[in-house]
Design a protein around this ligand. Structure first.
Ligand SMILES: Cc1ncc(COP(=O)(O)O)c(C=O)c1O
Length: 421
């Protein structure tokens, strides 16, 4: 089996990673001046490049985009134009995918303990788009679909008993919440195939897989290959075997990128011979390095331990550091050449977890400096909230030489808009 932890080949036209240092500081400065901060900047050309690299690495597989990483309309349209179908985790994501004009056969809905309203919406959508596929992670959900008259394309999500990912909170593969237990999956597939158009089986190990975790990814793929052969021997003809997403991206400045072609080759080897198309559904890999978050310094406070630097983005703007202790590269665009000091960057939220980095060596900050936070394209805006009654930020999308405001900044009035008076 191939080693898939190495550094990827150097391709200057479509490099395996775009680092924060590669972004044009003057352009980002202009965008912050024009649109204010905090501001998400998403480069649609980089989204296209990431889609192209995925398709090149998996030429015989179907590469689907896990929409949850970034659901902005401009991103969805870019991904659709690049030929990737949409994997959706909720009725809201299906609604967005339909709005971005994905066709029914380009939409997979992966139901996770779905509320009744989600099933109602998706089954209604299926009546209009009968090629849409619904993935269920429990026999109970099959029953709930039957009650709604659904008898279309069904996929069974399996709990493969092996998880992977950058943090305990994103490892799904061995978590009982997700999927039908592995040893019950073949029976459910067989019984459901009598009533539904049983098209696939699915599993997802977790998110941000790289390095040592790749062995677990391969084990998951191997188990899915075995299961596919078992159900096919029982007479069920599968169209696809979806082994999930989770391909990691390098958040650290010196971290090597994933060797995607090697991961793809290892995936193909691990699945073995199956009479179905292999499918993968990355989210993060498509959008992470296509996005940066711009934020301005509000306060600089010298303390004996560190220079506490308050910025106008917080955990409500980018949750990953608070939620997963995630590392994001940070660059001071106003001056990269001042003396370096241990800097603790914090947001305006009244929570001690509202911290982007602790005592990191960075150019000495000054009030009004503009900072850029790297790899903010995946699970950035998506996980933003209005906690502490902070309106969500704006987003600009870049395409060629154009920069368009694709999400306006929310206002204080937006915060109370949904309340009855
Ligand atoms: C079922 C499923 N598929 C795909 C993904 C995408 O993972 P990633 O963004 O790490 O590629 C997720 C992420 O949570 C997921 O739950």
């Amino acid at each position: 089996m191939s080693d898939c932890g190495g550094v990827s080949r150097d391709d200057h036209t479509n490099p395996a990673v775009r680092r924060l240092a590669d972004w044009d500081a003057a352009m980002l400065d202009d965008l912050a001046a024009a649109h204010g901060t905090p501001l998400y900047v998403t480069d649609l050309d980089r989204v296209k490049e990431n889609c192209a690299r995925l398709r090149d690495a998996f030429p015989d597989a179907e590469v689907r985009y896990a929409v949850k990483a970034h659901t902005g309309r401009a991103v969805l349209e870019t991904v659709r134009d690049a030929g990737l179908p949409a994997e959706c985790a909720s009725a809201g994501e299906v609604h967005r995918a339909l709005g971005a004009e994905f066709s029914g056969d380009e939409i997979q809905y992966t139901a996770v303990h779905p509320p009744a309203e989600d099933l109602d919406y998706v089954v209604d959508a299926w009546r209009e788009h009968p090629d849409l596929t619904i993935t269920v992670g429990a026999a109970d959900t099959v029953e709930r679909l039957r009650e709604r008259g659904f008898d279309g394309r069904l996929c069974v999500r399996v709990n493969p008993g092996v998880g992977a990912g950058h943090h305990e909170k994103v490892r799904t593969g061995a978590n009982a919440k997700f999927g039908v237990p592995y040893d019950r999956a073949a029976d459910l597939v067989a019984s459901a195939s009598d009533e539904f158009d049983l098209v696939g089986i699915h599993a997802h190990a977790g998110s941000g897989i790289s390095g040592d975790d790749l062995a677990n990814h391969r084990e998951l793929v191997r188990r899915m290959g075995d299961l596919a052969r078992e159900v096919s021997a029982a007479g069920v003809e599968l169209e696809f075997v979806d082994v999930g997403g989770g391909f990691g991206v390098p958040y650290g400045e010196d971290e090597p990128p994933l060797d995607l072609p090697a991961v793809a080759e290892a995936t193909r080897e691990a699945i073995g011979d199956i009479e179905a198309t292999l499918a993968v559904e990355p989210g993060r890999y498509v959008v992470a390095d296509a996005g940066v978050l711009l934020t301005r310094v509000n306060t600089v406070k010298e303390t004996p331990e560190t220079v506490v630097t308050g910025v106008d983005a917080g955990m409500t703007t980018l949750l990953r550091p608070a939620m997963y202790d995630a590392y994001h590269a940070i660059r001071n665009l106003s001056s990269e050449h001042r003396e370096t000091v241990g800097t603790t960057i914090v947001g305006p939220i009244c929570e001690s977890s509202d911290v982007f980095c602790e005592n990191r060596p960075l150019p000495r900050p000054e009030r009004d400096d503009l900072l850029a936070v790297g790899n903010a394209g995946a699970y950035g805006y998506e996980m933003a909230s209005t906690y502490n009654s902070r309106p969500r930020p704006a987003e600009v999308a870049l395409s060629g030489a154009n920069a368009a405001l694709v999400r306006r900044r929310e206002t204080l009035t937006d915060l109370t808009e949904v309340e009855s008076r």
